[in-house]
Design a protein around this ligand. Sequence first.
Ligand code: GLU
Length: 427
Amino acid sequence: MSDQTRCPSVLSSKLNPYEVALQQFRAAADILELGEEYRKQLEIPMRVMTVAIPVRVDDGRIEVFVGHRVQHNDARGPFKGGIRYHPQVTLDEVKALAMWMTWKTAVVDIPFGGAKGGVQCDPKKMSDNEIERLTRRYAYMVSKILGPYTDVPAPDVYTEAKHMTWFYDTYSQVVGHSEPAVITGKPVIVWGSPGRNEATGRGTVITAVEAAKKLGIDVRGATVAIQGYGNAGSHAARIIAEEHGAKIIAVSDSKGGIYNSDGLNPFKVLEHKKRTGSVVGFDGSRSISNDELLELDVDILIPAALEEVITRENADRIRAKIIVEAANGPTTPEADEKLYEKGIVVVPDILANAGGVTVSYFEWVQGVTRMRWTLDEVRSRLKEKMIDAFEDVYGISKEKKINMRKAAMVLAVQRVVDAIKARGIWP
Ligand code: GLU
């Protein structure tokens, strides 16, 4: 299962995600009255590597895939960010995602910068052996710019623990020793961390609960709709229902959505998806489209799929009270303004889905120290980090009378710029 699930509605998206990321950055830079020298350093990634990856496919032919690794900024620590496998991967998308990682690691104040990797491929149409060969060759090609103190990848859309293991093994072969801290999101048996799998979803729920408290909404019995039932969405569903008593009334994946006003059992939905390949057709539910799901009258809406699903076209029709962005970049800047005017609270991606990279940090710490943490330790540290970050962001949004995305960006950009200033220029 991938970190997130693809939804077809984004395929019609017209905005370039890098332009969206730049707009968000410039809005924060304006508020901070940032000088040109910092703007330029942060608008352009520090390093971009594009590789042509030859893979011998199962019928004996050689196919060449295009992959990227974008290292946006490392002023606060080694570059950090996942690797995405998706047919629509573009360099500009990876550049946007890398920049968002810089802000995300800064918002939760972990000692990393931001990076992202992406390979344009359709893993649903490839065999496991082909994906392994692709992963290993990509790992080899980018290994020159990676390392436990340089750049540390992780899972993202359509990649998971097994890809991380192939990556870890290949990198270790290249450097001549096992190096568990080079990548996170590994299985526990090879120095993964307990709690990493659920971390994005758990972090999303922690921030959803905090946002609900601020609005005086009781999460017990609150209605929830989730777009995307991959790693982030399915764990968020399970945790918010099981631990907080919320009612999941709609979920979806790339094939469509399901709805039941009496509530869906997240475990049974996941079983159904594992068995049939989709949430669609789940017993006792009626079918709805991904677009309809977004417009449901719910307390909490969790977009947990891909970019640009809440846009100027549908923002006026959104009826949720709180939107918690488990996906990266689901809301466009124009939609953000409309939602803010309507009084809808948006917990932005760089805060709402930062649980994943936060536990990646815990995994990295365990990797470099060769120590093991317990699940309880991971969960309680994650909770503390997420609540601290939520309070920081919420406080700035109230103080400056800006939405939570701008507040999170102001906090993050300030932290990164302070690090750049403190370090100075060399040579
Ligand atoms: N891909 C995840 C994200 O977008 C996790 C990144 C990481 O753990 O490094 O935040």
